[in-house]
Design a protein. Structure first.
Length: 400
C-alpha cells in the first residue's frame, strides 16, 4: 500500500503549509492539489483501490457506511485533522472507480479585515432581518465570506445564531452571540427537517449551508418574513442570475407570488469570483454587492426589467452600500491588484469596464465633472499598464 496514516497526514501537513484549497484523490491516478486556482500533480505513486478504501476508513469514521462500501455511490462528511484544519470530504464513484475530493478549511475564523472585504459588507452585518444570499461558483470563497460576516456579528451583537450545514465547515466559538451549529447526518436528517425545527428554537439568525430546492427556499423566505435574518448560499454568478435561479425553482403558477415575497424579504446579495493577482502569488476576490433598494425591489417584483437593478447597484457605490463587478474590477485594476487582461476577461461588460477607466465609476463620490482636468502626461503617469491604450481606443471611437 502506497499510503498509511502517517504518509497521509504528511500530505495534509504539506497542503496546509502551501495553502492548498482542494485535494483530488482518484483510483488509478496520482494525487492532484488545487493551489491558487490551478490543479497541480504531486510526486507520488498511483493510488490503488486499497488506498482509496483506507482513506475512506480513516475519514468516514462510520462503521455502518463502511459496511456498505462496495455499493456506496456517494457520501459526504467532515474530518478534523488535529488543530490544523477541517476537511469537507466528498466521496464518489466514476467509471467503476472511486474518488475523494477534499476541501481544506482553516481552523481560524476569517475576519472582514483579514479578507479585505469592502465596507459595504461590514454594513450588511448590521441588517436585523431579511434574506442575505452569498453566491458564486464552487471554490469562489463563499464560505469564507459568510464566516467572516458571522464572526463580525458574533463579536458585536448578542443574539442566537443557528446554522444548518452539510457538513459543518468553520467551527465558531460563542462570543457575544450564542452559536448552535447542526450538521446534516449527525445532528439532523435533512435541511428541511432542521429548518422546520429552527423556527421553534429561538434563533435570531439562521444560516443555511445551501439553498438547494424550492422547499428549502420556501422555509428560508418564511423565516425572513417572520423577522429573522437568514443567510444562505447559491451557486450563481451575479444578482440577476440569483433572482432567476430562486424563482425558477418554483412551478410557473407560483412564480409571481415568489417574486413579490422575494422583493419584500431579500435584504441583499454578495456575488464573488476569485481572480489571480498581478504578481501571480495568490488570488483576490472580486465582488458584486447588491442591497435591496426601492429600484431593486421594483426589478425583482416585475414592475421594472430585472436588469434595471444594475443602475441602483452602481449608484450605491457612492454611499459604499453596493457595487457592480465592473466597478470593483476597475478598483482592483487601478490599485494594481489584477492585470488588465484578467479584468477585461472577468468584466460583466468589457465596454463598461473601459468606460470606468476613462471616466470613473458611476456613483463614485470621488468623481467630479468640475475637478481640474489633468494633462495627458499626468493622466498616464499614475495609470497601470493598459490604461493608456484604453484611453486612446476610446478617443478613436469618440472621433469616429
Amino acid at each position: 500500500m502506497a499510503f498509511d496514516k502517517n504518509s497521509f497526514h504528511k500530505l495534509l501537513h504539506f497542503c496546509v503549509e502551501k495553502s492548498v484549497s482542494d485535494v483530488h484523490l482518484r483510483e488509478g491516478e496520482i494525487p492532484y492539489l488545487r493551489i491558487k486556482g490551478g490543479l497541480k500533480k504531486i510526486s507520488s505513486e498511483v493510488l490503488t483501490p486499497e488506498d482509496m478504501k483506507f482513506f475512506c476508513q480513516l475519514m468516514f469514521d462510520n462503521e455502518g457506511v463502511m459496511a456498505g462500501y462496495n455499493t456506496l455511490k456517494e457520501y459526504d462528511c467532515s474530518y478534523q485533522f488535529g488543530n490544523l484544519c477541517r476537511i469537507r470530504v466528498s466521496f464518489l464513484r466514476f467509471q467503476k472507480k472511486t474518488a475523494l475530493i477534499l476541501r481544506l478549511i482553516s481552523m481560524s475564523i476569517p475576519t472582514l479585515e483579514k479578507l479585505n472585504l469592502p465596507v459595504a459588507i461590514k454594513k450588511m452585518t448590521n441588517i436585523r432581518r431579511g434574506l442575505i444570499l452569498v453566491t458564486g461558483v464552487t471554490g469562489s470563497g463563499k464560505s469564507s465570506t459568510m464566516a467572516a460576516m458571522l464572526e463580525e456579528i458574533n463579536m458585536t451583537r448578542d443574539e442566537h445564531i443557528l446554522t444548518i450545514e452539510d457538513p459543518v465547515e468553520f467551527l465558531f466559538t460563542s462570543k457575544n452571540c450564542r452559536i448552535t451549529q447542526r450538521e446534516v447526518g449527525d445532528d439532523t436528517h435533512s435541511f428541511q427537517l432542521a429548518l422546520r425545527g429552527a423556527l421553534r428554537q429561538d434563533p435570531d439568525i439562521i444560516v443555511i449551508g445551501e439553498l438547494r430546492d424550492a422547499e428549502t427556499i420556501q422555509i428560508a423566505i418564511k423565516a425572513a418574513e417572520t423577522g429573522h435574518l437568514v443567510f444562505g448560499t447559491v451557486h450563481t454568478t451575479n444578482a440577476q442570475s440569483t433572482i432567476n435561479r430562486v424563482i425558477s425553482m418554483f412551478p410557473p403558477e407560483e412564480q409571481n407570488n415568489v417574486k413579490l415575497r422575494l422583493a419584500d424579504c431579500l435584504a441583499g446579495t454578495i456575488s464573488q469570483r476569485l481572480l489571480p493577482t498581478l504578481d501571480g502569488k495568490g488570488r483576490v476576490c472580486a465582488q458584486e454587492i447588491m442591497i435591496n433598494t426601492l429600484g431593486v425591489k421594483d426589478a425583482i417584483s416585475g414592475k421594472e426589467p430585472l436588469s434595471s437593478m444594475y443602475l441602483s447597484i452602481e449608484l450605491g457605490k457612492r454611499d459604499k452600500v453596493s457595487q457592480s463587478f465592473d466597478q470593483h474590477l476597475t478598483e482592483l485594476y487601478l490599485n494594481k491588484k489584477i492585470s488588465f487582461e484578467i479584468a477585461m476577461d472577468a468584466a460583466s461588460s468589457p465596454s463598461n469596464f473601459e468606460r470606468n477607466l476613462e471616466f470613473g465609476s458611476k456613483g463614485n463620490s470621488s468623481d467630479s465633472s468640475s475637478s481640474k482636468p489633468k494633462t495627458e502626461s499626468e493622466n498616464n503617469s499614475d495609470k497601470p499598464p493598459g490604461a493608456t491604450e484604453i484611453a486612446l481606443s476610446l478617443e478613436v471611437r469618440k472621433k469616429a
